[in-house]
Design a protein around this ligand. Structure first.
Ligand SMILES: NC(=O)c1ccc[n+]([C@@H]2O[C@H](COP(=O)([O-])OP(=O)(O)OC[C@H]3O[C@@H](n4cnc5c(N)ncnc54)[C@H](OP(=O)(O)O)[C@@H]3O)[C@@H](O)[C@H]2O)c1
Length: 306
């Protein structure tokens, strides 16, 4: 029987377990995918801990995971444009990708370009479409200066490259161990913490056009203090700031379409976008994978491989 991650109550890492489940059956318009790789995301840890119980409640037993890449194993009725054996990447909205087999809406799958690894393809959806939506939300133009907080994280590491591809000068806030990676990707790295506003002013020559906040805390207030207009600030971790300051909160819901996913996969395939893979864990090591992620200092993405 296929294996899948489950949890039966909100809690810490110890509520996560691997169980044997029935083989999933595709309904009309769906496909069964044999998962080769599936990314993990901080939002899943927040859901599991109960932190988002009001906003995104879980029903138990709960599965987990949105991102996935794998091979189509079975098709439901009425699916066109997809064949058994196709290599695909995509997502499920049913908290189910951390498993050996997953039922996916065929419309949520796109072809995996040959040059894209399973790990990268399986880690792309949430972080990729979120970064895409953030960069789009602030309408970056060539010559703009933009700051990205959490610049080396899952979302940030993609956002800095998309912003740079748009012609912007990108300042990335990250811990020192990640500065080298940022520099190699055309980003001006700065350490966060005390004095960060002065460091940003010095690095930018005093002009700052846009701010992408992937961390939360008081980065929206920092962006406003730097003189960035609210409509050119996007945060994915401080939702109250929309009401309070009129900033944008475009994230995965705004960017999560097959067209955006396919565009990002194409950029990776053509070498214009890199997804750094910090670590790969077996499905059976799901607790270790989240322990690693929940330290909060990942460079890029952590991936599970069934
Ligand atoms: N709204 C949405 O649609 C949406 C979608 C995806 C993610 N999110 C949320 O966005 C956040 C980031 O997600 P992610 O996948 O990028 O997470 P991640 O990969 O775990 O990255 C976390 C980042 O936070 C940085 N960081 C840690 N401590 C910090 C501090 N004290 N000050 C400033 N930065 C600090 C880390 O930088 P260093 O490692 O360099 O220290 C790292 O880059 C999470 O809260 C997630 O839930 C929201």
């Amino acid at each position: 029987m296929p294996q899948a991650v489950r949890f039966d109550e909100y809690g810490g890492l110890d509520v996560l377990r691997i169980v044997e489940v029935d083989r999933p059956v595709p309904g009309p318009g769906q496909a069964v995918v044999r998962v080769k790789a599936a990314g993990i995301n901080p939002g899943e840890a927040k859901i599991r801990s109960g932190l988002l119980a009001q906003r995104f409640p879980a029903t138990f037993p709960s599965g987990e995971g949105s991102d996935l890449a794998g091979v189509v194993e079975e098709l439901g009725a009425g699916v066109t444009g997809l064949a058994v054996g196709d290599e695909v990447l995509g997502w499920t909205d049913n908290r189910a990708s951390h498993a050996e087999l997953v039922v996916v809406e065929a419309a949520h799958l796109v072809p995996k370009p040959a040059g894209v690894s399973w790990e990268v393809a399986g880690a792309l959806f949430v972080a990729g479409v979120t970064a895409y939506a953030m960069v789009r939300a602030v309408s970056l133009r060539a010559g703009d200066s933009v700051v990205v907080s959490g610049a080396a994280g899952g979302v940030g590491s993609i956002a800095v490259q998309l912003a740079s591809n748009a012609g912007a000068t990108v300042i990335g806030l990250a811990s020192e161990g990640h500065h080298d990676w940022l520099s190699r990707h055309g980003v001006i790295p700065l350490t966060y913490g005390d004095g960060v506003a002065d460091r940003i002013r010095a690095a930018s020559g005093g002009r700052m056009d846009a701010f992408l906040d992937t961390f939360g805390g008081d980065y929206v207030e920092l962006a406003l203090a730097l003189g960035v207009r609210p409509d050119r600030i996007d945060t994915i971790a401080n939702f109250a700031a929309r009401e309070k300051y009129g900033v944008k909160i475009d994230g995965s819901a705004a960017g999560g379409t097959p067209e955006v996913l396919a565009e990002l996969a194409g950029l990776i395939g053509s070498g214009q976008l890199e997804i750094p893979i910090a670590a790969v864990y077996r499905l059976s090591e799901v607790r270790e994978a989240y322990r690693d992620l929940e330290q909060g200092h990942t460079l890029g993405k952590i991936v599970l491989k069934p």
